[in-house]
Structures are given as structure tokens and as C-alpha cells.
Design a binder for this molecule. Structure first.
Ligand SMILES: *Cc1c(COP(=O)(O)O)cnc(C)c1O
Length: 375
């Protein structure tokens, strides 16, 4: 059997090696390492794929989130509502900019931000909501966008785990994750659904003025060279990474289908086990399985993880600690806030290997080891 890994980047690379190697060599030959032509072309191609007007590359997904909040002109003391169950980057940048992160609990089925909890967290100081399309499926955007509209709030979508997922509105229209709010942000970290070979990220928007602002912010606040109209950052997508992403983007849908197919096989093989819940796909979104995350009931998660560790089967806990319980975020949490769902999930979640190269033999091996644990 091929060696089990959480993510198998090497096998994926082997299948597209000649194109990738040529793309990298092309950039080296051009010596246009920063702001080369491949970056503009990739931005246009991704914009076309997403059905959004502007895509602006940047250094990584965390920077994308930071620049999005900077572009909206938020001021210290402004409140930004986000989920209590996500990767730290989402909330880190809010605090870093002197804004006030307001954490809210999540929906138990989808792991995504609870719209009712968002509603209750809105105050006169609220300026933006940052939903995360966690593990590869969209947060429930329609009611969230309605709330944002009603209260005049910006929506910044964290699409780092959801690139290519689609949301279905009640009128039947379908939109790609990251293109529904004011600004969408993504990451091309190697293990994401569209990963490059280092760090990379991007922002998306349909707003011409915001796009110009974002482009300038990622390049030291410059529009005209050496004229700085605002305080910016240095956060650009490297040309080599853009060239790699241009090779991989045409494969994104096929990669996401491979993940869905692996998830279906996991679901079938793990069906009907008492005390084990396979991932739920919401009616309003496709699921592109950035992670395949089980819920292990009855306090058995750590024992199952130990069992898989013993069998040399990789598995991970995303995420072990809800954000409100992280030391760094103590100042932003008040005593009367309740996070019962995310607290419970942190004790139940277990993510299995998930990538584009999983084969039937590997899935069979992993799922029979899990079945053995429950007999
Ligand atoms: C990966 C990730 C980020 C950060 O992306 P980087 O490119 O690693 O900076 C932000 N939010 C979520 C939900 C992520 O999974």
C-alpha cells in the first residue's frame, strides 16, 4: 500500500511534473520574480473561474484577511464578528489591527458560524462579519448577507478552506465561495485545495474602488511608484507561485471531485457505527472536503486517535481548543458568553487523511481500522 499521509503533495506533483517544472523554469528564465506577468494572468484566470470582477494576489491567506480589513477602513474599537471555531489567522488579524474580535458559536452540523449567534452579537459598534467556509463547505451566506445588509455591515469571507465550493441561494442562483460578500480572501498554502509550493494568497471583490485600494495596500500603499497615499504592507504573490497556480487551477474542479469521491467512500464504509458521525453536507452548499472530519461521541475521540496512532494511520484534531479559550484572546471574551457547541466539538472532532491521491486500498485500510475500534 502507498504510504498513508494526511496530505500527499508528492503524488499529486508527480502527475503534473513536466508542466510544473517548465512553469518554474520559465519564471527563472524571465527573472521577473516579483510582479511578473504570470501574476496578472493568474489573477485574471482565477477571476474568470470564480465569476468575480477582481482578484488580487498577496503573500498568504493571513495577509489577505488583514489587507481586507485595512481596505475597509475600520478603526480601533470597531467590532468584527467571527466564528469561535476556526484557524487562528481569522481572528488574529482582527486583534492585530486594533479592532475588537467578537467571537460567536457555531452550528453543530456544519461547524460553520451560527447565524442566530451573529444576530445576537450585533451592536452599534459592529462593522463587519467574517464567516469562514470551514473544512470546505460554505457558511450559510443568504441569511448572513441579509443580516449584514439590514445593519450596514461589511462581509469578509475567509475562503482559505473553501476555494471552489458553491453556495445555492433560495432563488436557485449559485455563487462560488468568496464572491458573495464585500471581499473574499483565500490561501494557497500547499495543503489547501488549490495549493502552491510555498506561501501565497489572494483577495476577491466585485468593487472597483476596493480592488484598487487592495492592490495599493499590498504594495506599500503605492498607486504611483514612490508616492504613498496610505500605510500599506509588502504582501505580493511571487511570480513562481503564480506560474505554479496557473498549472494547477485548471485541475481544481477535478481535485475537488477526487476529494468528494474519497469522502463518499469514507461515508459508505463508516456508515451505521454507533458513536461515530460522518460529515454532514448542508443543503445550501457543495462540500469540497478540505478536511474530512468525524465527530466521535461518548468521550471516545482520544481513544480512537490513540488507536489510529498505534496503527500508523495519520489523523488530526482540527481544532483542539476553541478560540475563546486561547490565552491570547482572553481580553476579548466576557464571562457571560456561551460557546457550548464549539467547546463540545473540540472534544469530538477527528480529521482523517484527505487529499486528491487517496486510493481504495488506503481508504479500506483506514476505515477497517476504525471499525475494529468500535467492535
Ligand atoms: C490556512 C488558513 C488561513 C491562513 O492562510 P495562510 O496562507 O496560512 O496564511 C486562514 N484561515 C483559514 C480558515 C485557514 O485554513
Amino acid at each position: 500500500m502507498k504510504q498513508l499521509q494526511m496530505v500527499d503533495l508528492k503524488s499529486q506533483y508527480q502527475r503534473i511534473k513536466p508542466e510544473i517544472d517548465a512553469a518554474i523554469q520559465g519564471v527563472i528564465d524571465s527573472c521577473q520574480f516579483v510582479k511578473g506577468g504570470e501574476v496578472k494572468t493568474f489573477e485574471a484566470e482565477l477571476a474568470q473561474y470564480l465569476g468575480v470582477k477582481h482578484v488580487i494576489g498577496c503573500g498568504n491567506g493571513t495577509d489577505a484577511l488583514q489587507v481586507a480589513l485595512m481596505a475597509l477602513g475600520l478603526k480601533p474599537g470597531d467590532e468584527v464578528i467571527t466564528t469561535n471555531f476556526t484557524f487562528i489567522a481569522t481572528v488574529e488579524v482582527i486583534a492585530l489591527l486594533g479592532l475588537t474580535p467578537v467571537l460567536v458559536d457555531v452550528d453543530e452540523q456544519t461547524f460553520n458560524i451560527d447565524i442566530e449567534a451573529v444576530k445576537q452579537a450585533i451592536t452599534p459598534r459592529t462593522k463587519a462579519i467574517v464567516p469562514v467556509h470551514l473544512f470546505g463547505q460554505c457558511a450559510n451566506m443568504e441569511p448572513l448577507l441579509q443580516l449584514a445588509e439590514k445593519h450596514g455591515l461589511y462581509v469578509v469571507e475567509d475562503t482559505a478552506q473553501g476555494l471552489g465550493a458553491e453556495y445555492r441561494f433560495s432563488n436557485g442562483s449559485v455563487r462560488k465561495a468568496g464572491t458573495m460578500g464585500t471581499i473574499g480572501c483565500t490561501s494557497f498554502f500547499p495543503s489547501k485545495n488549490l495549493g502552491c509550493y510555498g506561501d501565497g494568497g489572494a483577495l476577491f471583490t466585485n468593487d472597483d474602488q476596493l480592488a484598487e485600494q487592495i492592490r495599493s495596500l499590498t504594495n506599500h500603499g503605492m498607486k504611483v511608484r514612490y508616492h504613498h497615499d496610505m500605510i500599506g504592507v509588502n504582501s505580493r504573490l511571487d511570480t513562481i507561485q503564480a506560474a505554479i497556480l496557473r498549472v494547477k487551477l485548471p485541475h481544481l474542479d477535478e481535485y475537488n471531485r477526487a476529494r468528494q469521491s474519497a469522502a463518499e467512500k469514507y461515508n459508505a464504509a463508516l456508515a451505521g457505527i454507533d458513536g461515530l458521525e460522518t460529515p454532514v453536507t448542508a443543503s445550501f452548499s457543495t462540500h469540497i472536503f478540505h478536511q474530512y472530519t468525524l465527530k466521535v461521541k461518548n468521550g471516545q475521540r482520544d481513544a480512537l486517535k490513540q488507536h489510529l496512532d498505534n496503527e500508523k494511520i495519520p489523523c488530526m484534531i482540527y481544532y483542539p481548543i476553541p478560540l475563546h479559550a486561547q490565552k491570547a484572546f482572553e481580553p476579548y471574551v466576557s464571562e457571560n458568553q456561551q460557546f457550548t457547541v464549539s467547546e463540545k466539538l473540540c472534544g469530538e472532532v477527528l480529521s482523517l487523511p484527505m487529499h486528491t491521491e487517496l486510493d481504495d486500498e488506503q481508504i479500506g485500510f483506514i476505515t477497517s481500522a476504525i471499525r475494529k475500534f468500535f467492535v
